[in-house]
Design a protein around this ligand. Structure first.
Ligand code: ATP
Ligand code: MG
Length: 415
């Protein structure tokens, strides 16, 4: 992509009311555009990152037997009344009237909708297990939408729902899902800590949150350094220095961001909505459910919170919108640099090529702000048939002959 053609220029100032690093950097670098508090558009660079996250999530959900569907965002009240959640979620759910005074709501979550689909199609033990997921925008009337992509009022969520014959099968799938979540976050460059949290209203068990430690996080978790105890402070009274209930070591309180949350729902929705199956003896049983959420847009914000410096974003290779930033710093070499760009593109490398008529200083600053993992620089001082590379995380720099660049990028991206 030629940067002279790229829609979404870098800007010096983020919108005045943005206070979080993710919103400031993503706005300044031209990834997102704020429409109102907690509501953002994704510009070409931003959409590429979001899509990469969604595709990682998709591949790991498919790997544990998930089947992708897409449910509507616009819901009738009646299905929500079956679980009494039209009333109990009225603070958080956008609810309004449609034609003829009909009550409608925007999906804040989708248990009621997926159970409605499932009860029309599941009748026998032969129909189970089934694992359905979607990646879709959710709507929540969040009271404090001030953290950029971390807390949207419209935001992206992957929600998977598991349907099993019994509690044992749910437990088995639940632990597969836990592993899959670990892989997703690792592939996104995040170290997610599995944390016990409240199980929600319907089960005595804990739910499990995936928390990323960062000072900007809105959550607080109690962590034992031995790794045998982690709980959200919403269910745990311990303070820094108190003894771990398992091993006696001193625990620590850590600020963190919840990037995923998985729940055992048991028979709650099946009971309320009549989702049953005939077992092998023909006896009617309730389907046992679980639900598994991840916010791709929140993951994008969390990655920026973790990976940035005072110059800009530092994308992990797996999420960067382009593999490399080719910088033409000496206009005398523009024909030569055009050729390098074409060759790399033909070799299948995704390159953002700063071909603009701007000073070297502006180009280098913009490249740092945008944060691609490697800069490929062609300037007055670079020798013939070679360019200079610099990794954005400052871990390496040096010179490369033109015919080595594609291999170099392939190596970098294999890691
Ligand atoms: P929080 O406690 O942060 O409000 P939650 O527990 O209500 O989140 P869940 O219903 O568990 O959220 O949603 C599953 C996942 O969706 C979360 O782990 C998070 O990644 C994402 N998510 C939830 N709310 C938001 C939001 N307002 N903006 C962006 N992502 C969100
Ligand atoms: Mg949660």
């Amino acid at each position: 992509m030629r940067q002279s053609q790229l829609f979404g220029k870098t800007v010096r100032e983020a919108p005045k009311d943005e206070i979080s690093q993710n919103a400031i950097l993503l706005s300044r670098a031209g990834y997102i555009d704020k429409l109102m508090a907690g509501v953002y558009s994704y510009l070409p660079l931003g959409l590429k990152v979001l899509s990469k996250i969604k595709n990682i999530v998709r591949s790991e959900m498919d790997a544990i037997g998930g089947q992708e569907i897409l449910m509507p965002a616009l819901h009738p009240r009646e299905v929500w009344d079956e679980t009494k959640r039209w009333e109990s979620l009225k603070e958080i759910m956008f609810q309004f009237k449609g034609r003829g005074g009909k009550d409608l709501g925007l999906g804040a979550t989708h248990e009621e909708i997926v159970v409605d689909i499932a009860r029309k199609r599941i009748s026998s033990y032969r129909d189970l297990p089934v694992y359905l997921y979607q990646i879709q925008d959710k709507f929540r009337n969040e009271p404090r939408a001030k953290s950029g992509l971390l807390r949207g009022r419209e935001f992206s969520m992957k929600d998977l729902y598991s349907f099993n014959q019994n509690q044992h099968d749910l437990e088995v799938f639940y632990s597969q899902a836990t592993q899959a979540y670990g892989k997703i976050f690792a592939r996104c460059g995040l170290q997610a800590i599995v944390t016990e949290a409240s199980g929600g209203a319907f089960t005595s068990d804990y739910s499990h949150e995936f928390q990323v430690a960062t000072p900007y996080g809105e959550d607080e978790i109690v962590v034992c350094p031995a790794g045998d105890f982690v709980q959200n402070t919403e269910i745990c009274q311990l303070k820094t220095g108190d003894r771990c209930p398992h091993c006696g070591q001193a625990v620590k309180l850590v600020q963190s961001i919840e990037v995923g949350n998985i729940f055992k729902l048991g028979a709650k929705y099946s009971q309320d909505m009549g989702l049953t199956f005939a077992d092998e003896n023909g006896k009617k049983q309730e389907v046992i459910m679980g639900c598994y959420g991840i916010g791709p847009s929140r993951v994008m914000g969390a990655v920026v919170e973790v990976y940035h410096d005072d110059k800009g974003i530092i994308w992990p290779a797996s999420l960067a919108p382009y593999q490399a930033h080719l910088l033409l710093l000496d206009q005398q070499k523009s024909a030569l640099t055009d050729q390098v760009y074409q060759e790399l593109t033909q070799a299948g490398c995704e390159v953002l090529y700063d071909d603009r008529q701007e000073s070297a200083g502006i180009k280098l600053n913009d490249a740092d702000l945008i944060g691609l993992p490697v800069k490929l620089i062609i300037g007055a001082k670079t020798g013939e048939h070679e360019l200079e590379y610099q990794l954005r995380d400052n871990s390496d720099q040096g010179k490369l002959k033109f015919d080595r660049v594609a291999d170099f990028l392939n190596q970098l991206y294999k890691k």
